[in-house]
Structures are given as structure tokens and as C-alpha cells.
Design a binder for this molecule. Structure first.
Ligand SMILES: [Zn+2]
Length: 85
């Protein structure tokens, strides 16, 4: 995934950081329930925790978010000469 933008006439690119990996978090959508899975790289463990929560409460709807680490770099490293001015 990549996106480009221009700020102060310098072009930047946003992409997934190669060392970042993906994390998953989730929270229960049942009224008055504050159960959450904090962001973790262990996707299967997060799914198991959701199953345990459903087994214990009957709550079966969750909002789940998959996140990556993004990095912003110069689209053209030669433009670095004007950065910081
Ligand atoms: Zn719940």
C-alpha cells in the first residue's frame, strides 16, 4: 500500500514499514460491555480470546481493526536538499 502527497513543494510517499508487520485489536459491540483485545501481532490468539469472550458471555459481535506501521519518505531522495528550510 502506498500513497503520495505534496507538502512545501516536496513530494512524500506513505507506505507500510517493512519491519512493522500487522497488528489486530478488537472490542465487543454488546451494550455496556467494555471488553477489548489490545493491539497484538498474534492474530490467532486474538481470535481465540474473542471466542472465549463469546463462550462466557454470549456476546458475538466485535469491531476488529487490523493496523500496520506506516512510514513517510521522500518520493525522490534527491529532494532532501531542501528539507528543513
Ligand atoms: Zn462483550
Amino acid at each position: 500500500m502506498s500513497a503520495r502527497s505534496t507538502a512545501r513543494n516536496v513530494r512524500y510517499r506513505v507506505s507500510s514499514h517493512p519491519d512493522g508487520g500487522l497488528s489486530v485489536s478488537a472490542y465487543c459491540l454488546a451494550d455496556c460491555c467494555s471488553w477489548v483485545v489490545l493491539p497484538t501481532a498474534e492474530h490467532e490468539k486474538a481470535s481465540q480470546e474473542m471466542c472465549h469472550h463469546t463462550a462466557g458471555t454470549g456476546h458475538a459481535l466485535f469491531s476488529r481493526t487490523v493496523q500496520d506501521m506506516a512510514v513517510v519518505t521522500l518520493a525522490d531522495p534527491a529532494e532532501d536538499a531542501g528539507a528543513g528550510s
